[in-house]
Design a protein around this ligand. Structure first.
Ligand code: SAJ
Length: 436
């Protein structure tokens, strides 16, 4: 086959598209390409996901099962645990996790494992795109050598390699994979042409940039922008508290400025597997270049201090009722890392519960999306949201402002509520409400 043939197969959608990693990024992407008319094979090491997908079931809330079922039935979409199923693939999209190690430096193990397995089936006229958020330089320093090092394949002639950052916002009803502009950076001009053709077949708007490193940096700017602004507004909350000013009113009024301002909101801390983590990939890379990314470090410091700040608020509120934290019953409302989703990764609620227990409080939680959590070597189960459960609590804490919560009902059924999201603004009931 030649590059021209590959381009033709991408244009007429006769190409076979492979997706490695069928999580909150990979599954929506696989569905998007299948709905665009391609045959898609997803590869994931977790047999549970593979079995459910092959039964036509979705396990990602943002992807309705009906969409998956239709594609599986039509033979457009299938999943496997074996990389052998990628032997015939013309395009492969790598969507594996890029977490941090305990030492807060990048854990590249998933990228290494996926790339080394792919290297065993890579062939001439294949296009490979890394979508996982990573430090600038990964595509050219890690992916290219591992895919072309000892098989004589040349990037830009035999294989076409690029970086294209995922931009999934879990729970976002307005923007999904199809209508979120896709930034792409090819290793060579020929790679760029192939990868633009690939994504243009399934995604509304494709934005080519000059290199993979540029595309890697675009993603890190996007998420560092959020982490730093959330850190700023969390510090604003601390300063307003000391000044006796309502930070939420300040932000609401500042947001009336029709230009040059973008509202962010304080909270119990920074959760999710992206915003707290991605900027540290950038600061880690710069440390190797003897540069200290001060905004990133400071934002991370402030954001990770918020769970401690919330626990201090709870302790002070109990103290005002003449109670110690030790022996008090605390009811936590919401543990997901943000509202209306079922993900607890890096959720500040886990830190808040851990810290309260360390101080001797008896903690239980209710979250309509999270039936159970693993914490401190044990398992906690979500309790039913009943008047009795709230009445028993010495303090209730709102950590995740799920839309399903009835704020008036909550205020009428508890005596003390620490509201870390300003969700009960405009409501009043018997509860004494303490904000951030
Ligand atoms: N948060 C605040 N204050 C804010 C906004 C968010 O405390 O003003 C907290 C949230 O509660 C959450 C964390 O920050 O714990 C992250 O929230 P997020 O809204 O950034 O949501 P993520 O991490 O699920 O998704 C983000 C995407 N979200 C948005 O752009 C709104 C986007 O930044 C990335 O596409 C995505 O991460 C990713 O995968 O990188």
């Amino acid at each position: 086959m030649s590059r021209e043939t590959l381009l033709k197969r991408l244009q007429d959608r006769s190409a076979l598209v492979g997706v490695i990693g069928l999580g909150y990024v990979g599954l929506p992407l696989a569905v998007e390409f299948a709905e665009a008319g391609f045959n898609v094979v997803g590869v994931d090491p977790l047999t549970g996901k593979v079995e459910r997908l092959n039964k036509g079931e979705s396990y990602i809330p943002d992807v309705p099962t009906e969409r998956v079922a239709k594609l599986v039935e039509a033979g457009r979409l299938r999943a496997s645990t074996s990389y052998d199923d990628l032997r015939e693939a013309d395009a492969v999209l790598i969507c594996v996790p890029t977490p941090l190690r305990k030492t807060k430096d990048p854990d590249m193990s998933y990228i290494y494992q996926a790339t080394d397995a792919l290297a065993k089936v890579v062939h001439k006229d294949m296009v490979i795109v890394l979508e996982s958020t990573t430090y600038p330089g990964t595509t050219e320093e890690v992916i290219v050598p591992r895919l072309t090092g000892d098989n004589g394949l040349k990037v830009g002639e035999d294989v076409f390699i690029a970086f294209s950052p995922e931009r999934v916002d879990p729970g976002n009803k307005k923007y999904g994979t199809h209508n979120t502009p896709k930034v792409v950076g090819g290793v060579t001009e020929a790679c760029r042409e192939v990868v633009v053709t690939l994504y243009s077949a399934a995604i509304e708007k494709v934005i080519p940039v000059s290199s993979p490193k540029t595309a890697e940096m675009v993603k890190l700017l996007e998420n560092t922008f959020r982490a730093v602004n959330i850190g700023l507004v969390n510090e604003m909350a601390i300063m307003c508290d000391k000044l006796g000013v309502n930070v939420w009113e300040v932000i609401e009024a500042a947001a009336t400025k029709p230009f040059g301002f973008m509202a962010f909101y304080p909270g119990p801390g920074l959760g999710g597997h992206c915003i707290p983590i991605d900027p540290l990939y950038l600061s880690w890379k710069l440390k190797a270049l003897n540069y200290n990314a001060r905004f990133i470090e400071l934002a991370s410091e402030i954001n990770t201090s918020m769970p401690y700040y919330v626990v201090d608020k709870i302790a002070d509120a109990l103290n005002d009722d003449g109670k110690a934290v030790r022996g008090s019953k605390v009811a936590v409302l919401g543990v997901a890392y943000k509202k209306d989703i079922d993900d607890v990764r890096e959720s500040p609620a886990l830190d808040i519960i851990h810290l309260l227990r360390e101080k001797g409080a008896e903690v239980s939680y209710h979250d309509p999306f999270i039936p159970s959590i693993r914490l401190d070597g044990g398992v906690m189960h979500s309790v039913d949201l009943t008047p009795e459960w709230l009445a028993e609590a010495d303090c209730a804490v709102l950590v995740t402002d799920h839309t399903a919560f009835d704020w008036q009902w909550l205020l009428d059924h508890t005596d003390l509520l620490v509201d870390t999201r300003n969700a009960t603004r405009g409501y009043s009931g018997k509860a004494r409400v303490v904000g951030l």
